[in-house]
Design a protein around this ligand. Sequence first.
Ligand code: UDP
Length: 328
Amino acid sequence: MNILVTGGAGYIGSHVAKKLNNIGHHVVVYDNLVKGHREAVLTAKFVKGDLADKKLLNEVMQSEEIEAVVHLAAHSIVGESMEKPGKYFQNNLSNGLNLLEVMVSNNVAYLVFSSTAAVYGEPQEVPITEDHPTNPASTYGDSKLFFEKILERYQQIHGLKYVSLRYFNAAGADHSGEIGEAHSPETHLIPIVLQKALGIRDKLYIFGDDYPSRDGSCIRDYIHVEDLADAHILALDGLIDGMDSRIYNLGNGEGYSVKEVIETASALIGKEIEAEIGPRRAGDPAVLVASSQKIREELGWKPKYAALETIIETAWKWHKGGGFNGND
Ligand code: UDP
């Protein structure tokens, strides 16, 4: 199939594009490179473009005879979304709508959407299932939830078929070491821990150790980015095979604390990674763990790299190799 991957030069998108390519699809990555990396697009065709540019989007959709879309292009920094809500609604909603309109006018009926656990907000119970109430604590979470609502209407009115994947904590890197996580600025725990281990970051803070958790630090559900990428392929296959639209959580179902991540990385690398206790980060729930029972049962998805050691090991291989820009 001819598949458009928006945001395919980003962390998760580049892994998705690689897998789709590997199984024989013609993949076109559409990315504005504001956060993405040109080097992350390995074998897919690359178009530098913004979702705000409806004309270009339309041209690409037509010339490449696109049949399905995996939509990952979005702003995704929770903290920033609470300072610049307009930026998040503009890009994640308004520009996302351009994509849907162009899809509809070109009769492209299949969409896999990159959503987030941030739609749930502070959990009432863990593990979190898909029918847990949604109450985002950030504009970022709002923007993804509102887009899911838009998808529901497009399905009803235009017959668009979609799967929305609510990611928990994407982590790790492709086993090849060719692509991995490279955000600038980096805000995610595992890359920060590894940058500290490499000596290219001065300080590592544990954001709060007085949470109601087993060791006082926050617990998150880290899912290997290749397992995440596999889920996109299963979702797309499901839609093409006639499955109706639906929403899935994606996590390992196993939570690890910030301290456990640091200890596991230290053991793996063979040296102590020093961390200091810092204040809590605003908006961080104590525990976020997914139930991914639904996608396991319905699509047969199963994480291959569930162990925290494996997740960190692949990330370490990537970071040690220097990343795209010398670990920026
Ligand atoms: N965290 C931390 N120190 C850091 C970065 C993150 O203690 O330098 C914590 C953060 O508070 C959260 C967990 O690590 O509890 C995972 O954070 P991350 O930003 O990687 O993902 P999030 O859960 O926000 O999506």
